[in-house]
Design a protein around this ligand. Structure first.
Ligand code: SAH
Length: 264
């Protein structure tokens, strides 16, 4: 592992005992879904991915996380990573040479995988993309800052751009964590109860039905009696009807697609 790379999860517990920089090779867990993050703020990882399901899975080596500090690939004494935009304009742009060095370095150390740039100009993240990512070997994820990155990097490495929504964040780190969270929970074996992903929103093209739990009555509001009937068929019918009604009301776009695919 080079000096700027950190691996997270169970292996990292031993980092202070064995200086991996001296061993040389990065502690890649062969065959384990791997995320390589390129960021100016690597300490923001694992962030929320260190909690709950994704955190437990990280400790159990069901996926691995390697962060790379872009600053260490910077130019000159000050390790510059950005410069003023060609053609003028506000802000700074991340340099192609710096990012190119970082990406090439990571590519040398891992199996081939998609390279993704978190970007408001990207294709919106969907359940389907999260799932195909989960079923692959992992991803190299580039987190932008400032005004973004030099276009030549995207063209040269044929980088896929993914957006998490129509708004602008200050940096790609949160977006990367959103995308990784959505994918990691779909890696086979990460969620104990596989059926819970099969029934939840988007997996069947619909939004999920409302959920209830004890107490039976709260602030005068009852759990719908059908759910307490013990009649599985009726429960399933009610959930299906709710799911379809919700999708129709809230997401006409999804409803249209759902009907198209269920016509024949
Ligand atoms: N000037 C750019 C925005 C740069 S925001 C533009 O107008 O398109 C800085 C960084 O935050 C980006 O490089 C990107 O990595 C990240 N980012 C911002 N909004 C995002 C979004 N909706 N989805 C994914 N990444 C985003």
């Amino acid at each position: 592992m080079s000096a700027n790379e950190r691996s997270h999860g169970r292996k990292s517990i031993h980092a202070s005992i064995t200086p991996r920089a001296l061993i040389g090779d990065s502690p890649d867990l062969a065959g384990v879904w791997r995320a390589d993050i390129l960021s100016l703020f690597p300490d923001t990882f694992p962030g929320v991915l260190g909690a709950s399901i994704t955190g437990k899975a990280l400790k159990e080596n069901k996926w691995q996380l390697h962060t790379h500090d872009l600053r260490t690939y910077g130019e000159g004494k000050h390790r510059n990573v950005d410069d003023t935009p060609a053609g003028g304009g506000a802000g700074m742009v991340m340099r192609a040479d710096v990012l190119g060095r970082a990406i090439s370095d990571v590519l040398r150390r891992r199996d081939p995988c998609p390279i993704i740039y978190m970007s408001p100009r990207g294709r919106p993240l969907t359940h389907t993309r999260a799932k195909t990512l989960a079923n692959g070997p992992g991803a190299i994820v580039l987190c932008g800052r400032f005004e973004g990155i030099d276009q030549r990097i995207i063209d040269h490495f044929q980088i896929e751009e993914i957006s998490i929504g129509d708004y602008v964040l200050s940096g790609g780190e949160l977006a990367a964590q959103v995308m990784l969270d959505a994918s990691i929970r779909l890696i086979p074996g990460v969620l104990g109860n596989q059926t819970s992903t099969e029934e939840e929103s988007f997996s069947n093209g619909l939004l999920e039905h409302p959920q209830f739990t004890r107490p039976l009555v709260w602030e005068g509001r009852e759990i719908p009696p059908v759910l307490m009937s013990g009649h599985h068929g009726k429960v399933a019918d009610w959930q299906k009807q709710q799911s379809e009604a919700l999708t129709q009301q809230r997401r006409p776009d999804l409803w249209k697609e759902f009907n198209k695919s269920h016509k024949n």
